[in-house]
Write a protein that binds this ligand. Structure first.
Ligand code: ADP
Ligand code: NI
Length: 217
């Protein structure tokens, strides 16, 4: 099967499936992750098709919008890829990436890894950082009806997966729960370099945020 054909079919499937998705998990997010993943893969020795398909399909049924069902995404991806005749080994690899790449999976002992997963994970994490990451966080917080900031709810980090998942803290706290931790969790050299720049921007943003919040400009 022609790789270009497989990727084109997958793009069309993902666009259609995510047409009503929340703004931080929509086709534009997928397209950015797809492009970042391809860029990172240029400096790594990785299976290009697996990287591209996993980037395209990684949020096809994000558990947090599917009653916590962590198997719906891998199952949808596999059904689609089987339908267009992709090799079983590629399908299994893509499924494992979708299953294990998320930030919340990093609370569990690692079950699966591969360079392809590391690349897609870096690409996804980059999109949770910097200017876009900030926009996505506030969009998600708004979608969930969360406060922007509440001085009575101190920010914290979590060591427990359930506590992290159940957090309903104001969106500014999410910077400390996750966004500022990402730069030290990057896998690839390229990912680390890009993450540092986005991390620095978030620090500048937070500094300005608190100055404005405290009327201390
Ligand atoms: P991952 O796939 O790495 O587990 P998520 O799906 O949890 O990532 O996050 C995707 C996007 O939603 C990110 O931009 C993230 O910052 C945002 N997001 C997730 N949880 C929250 C939250 N509690 N508050 C604000 N934004 C959030
Ligand atoms: Ni994603």
């Amino acid at each position: 099967m022609e790789q270009n054909f497989i990727v084109e079919k997958t793009v069309a499937f993902v666009k259609e499936t995510l047409k009503d998705a929340e703004g931080g998990h929509d086709w534009q997010h997928i397209e950015r992750v797809y492009n970042n993943a391809k860029n990172i893969a240029e400096t790594e020795d990785a299976n290009q098709l697996v990287v591209e398909l996993a980037a395209l399909l990684h949020d096809i049924a994000e558990p947090k919008f599917n009653n916590g069902d962590e198997e719906k995404g891998p199952a949808m991806a596999a059904a689609f890829l089987q339908d267009i005749g992709v090799d079983e080994a590629v399908i299994t690899h893509v499924q494992n990436i979708i299953r294990y790449m998320s930030f919340k999976s990093s609370f569990d002992a690692p079950v699966f890894t591969s360079i392809e997963m590391q690349i897609v994970q870096d690409a996804d994490r980059l999109d949770a950082m910097g200017a876009i990451g900030i926009a996505r966080a506030f969009n998600y917080g708004g979608h969930k009806g969360r406060a922007i900031y509440d001085p009575a709810v101190p920010a914290q980090t979590y060591t427990d997966k359930a506590a992290y998942k159940n957090s309903t803290a104001p969106t500014i706290n999410h910077f400390y729960e996750k966004l500022l931790l990402l730069k030290d969790k990057m896998n690839t050299e390229t990912g680390m370099r890009l993450a540092q720049q986005r991390h620095n921007f978030m620090l500048v943003y937070l500094d300005q945020f608190y100055k404005e919040m405290n009327s201390s400009l």
